[in-house]
Design a protein around this ligand. Sequence first.
Ligand code: MRU
Length: 342
Amino acid sequence: MQTLTTTSLRIRKSQLWILDQQALPQRAEWHLCRSVDDLVGHIHALRVRGAPLIGLSASLLLAQLAEEGMPVADLHKALITLRESRPTAVNLMNNLDRMKVALEQRFHVPAMVQEAEGLVGEDRELCSRIANNGAALVTQGSRLLTHCNTGGLATAGVGTALGVIHRAHQQGKVSQVWVDETRPLLQGGRLTAWELGELGIPYKLICDSMAASLMAKRQVDAVWVGADRIAANGDVANKIGTYSLAVLARYHGIPFYVAAPHTTHDPHCPNGDAIPIEQRAAKEVTGVSGSFGDVQWAPVDADVYNPAFDVTPAELISGWVLDSGVVTPAQVAEGIFKRKFD
Ligand code: MRU
C-alpha cells in the first residue's frame, strides 16, 4: 500500500497505524494494527471511532492482510469479524461490501489495495463536498451547536458536520460553536473541543443538559450533527443525545441539520426502528475513563441503560446535507432515500 496520512490513520511501509481517540487530547498515541483482533479491540474501545473512520480502518487492515499473504478463506473470515465489530454505523458494512467484491477478484491483492486506498480518497472528497454544500446554509454571524465528534478525526477528510462548520468559519460566517460534551464518552468534550482549538475556531464547551437553556436565550442559530445511518424514510441514527437536541431545536424554531456522506445511507433499512442500536458497558455511565484515569461515582452494582445511539425521526430534520447536495424534507417525503445514492 502507498504511504497515506489522515488525521487519525496512517499507512507506513504497508502497516496500518491508528491515532488513539481515547488518549486524546491529553496524549497523541499511535498504535500499530497487526491483526483483526487488534483493530476490533480498538473499535470496541472507541480508540477508532466515527462512522466513516471505522469503515476505512477495517478496509485498510484487510488490504494490509491481503498484501501480507493471508489466504482468501481467512480474509473472508476477517471481513465477517470486522463487519460485526460495531452494529449501527452502516459505513462499515458499505465499505466492506466493496472490499468483498475486490476479494472475489482473480487478482484479489491489488484489487483490495486499490479499493481500500480508493475508499480513503473518496471519503476525503465526499467530506469536502459536504462542507461546501453545508456552508452555503450557514448564515452570517452564526452560533452553531454540535454534538459528538464529526471532524477530521472521524473521517479521512475535513469531517461531516464539523467540516461544514470549518468551511463556514473559513468563509467568515461562524461567530461561535457550542460543543456538547456528549456523555457518556465525551467525544465532544475531548475530541471536538480539541479539533476546534487546533483549527482556531472559537467554541464554548457545554454539558449536554445546557443546550435547552441556551436555545431559550436565543443563543443558538442552528444545530449541526453527523449520522451513523440514514434509513429509507430519512430517520437518522446518531450519537445518543442527538434526538433530544432535535426535539429542543423544533420547540425553539431552530434549524436542525444532519451532514453525512452517501456511505451512511441505508436504503434497505425502512426506518429508524429497524436500525440496530449498540448497547454498551455499564461502567461508561457509572463513571468515566480516559488518559486522565478511571473514576467511578455510582454504586458498583448500579443498574444501567447505555445505548450508544438514538434515532431522530425525519420529521424533526430541516435538511440532510450530503456530498451530492442538500436533501429537503419534501424530497424525503417523496421517497428519495428509498433509492441508492452514489
Ligand atoms: O460512538 P462514536 O463516537 O463512533 O459515535 C460517532 C457519532 O455518532 C458521529 O456523529 C457519527 O459517527 C458521524 S462521524 C462523521
